[in-house]
Design a protein around this ligand. Sequence first.
Ligand code: 13P
Length: 252
Amino acid sequence: MRCLLAGNWKMNGLRAALAEIRTLERGLAENGVAAEILVCPPATLISAVAKEAGDSPIVVGGQDCHAEASGAFTGDISAEMLKDAGASHVIVGHSERRQYHGETDAAVAAKVKAAQRAGLSAILCVGETETDRGAGRALAVVAAQLGGSIPETTRAHDLIVAYEPVWAIGTGRTPTVAQIAEVHASIRGVLVDRFGQEGKAIRILYGGSVKPANAAEILAVRDVGGALIGAASLKAADFLAIALAAPLQGRS
Ligand code: 13P
């Protein structure tokens, strides 16, 4: 399974940021990086990034989608529209969406369904708060989120799970490798219970303060199939350094 390194630009990036894509493309080519590289820019840049990426190894994703394909939902964007703009993936259920937009597990499940209906891979985000972890509830919270956010009809092959502990996002703090291994093993267990053999092939990304300095040790953890990277994905040099830290099966 190739390592997937996904950059979540969040609400950052004007057209000038396309220069970072060009720099990243050059760096990937020069260093023979074979990891899959996904950039999820704001929706306004999806088609421009897709055009810029051309047939380079960079693919493009959205950061959220509406559950419906079209309709009277002012300001929203459907999975079909993301696909039409050149996206192959979409992040759903990010903790910032859950927190600032009140997205429930049921709403997130509807988005996973929408993504797959449109032919996109859904990157489903789960993760505990610091209070949950302090109370010893991290595994239970993550399992409950998975239970509630994976719809009945989900196909395993276009589902990706991202474990993003809320307290590690944008804070510079990361769990220990033992904590990451524990949660990823637990997620793997839930996926295998749910999908059988196919559950073993679902990629589980880690996200939360991934940077060049910690990428190698995080990406080497068992059941970590890649990373979902926020701030460090905004600079091509940092994103490239993380790609170079990916385990060997991620390099050509
Ligand atoms: P940071 O890498 O900036 O902590 O953000 C992680 C994240 O939320 C990616 O989706």
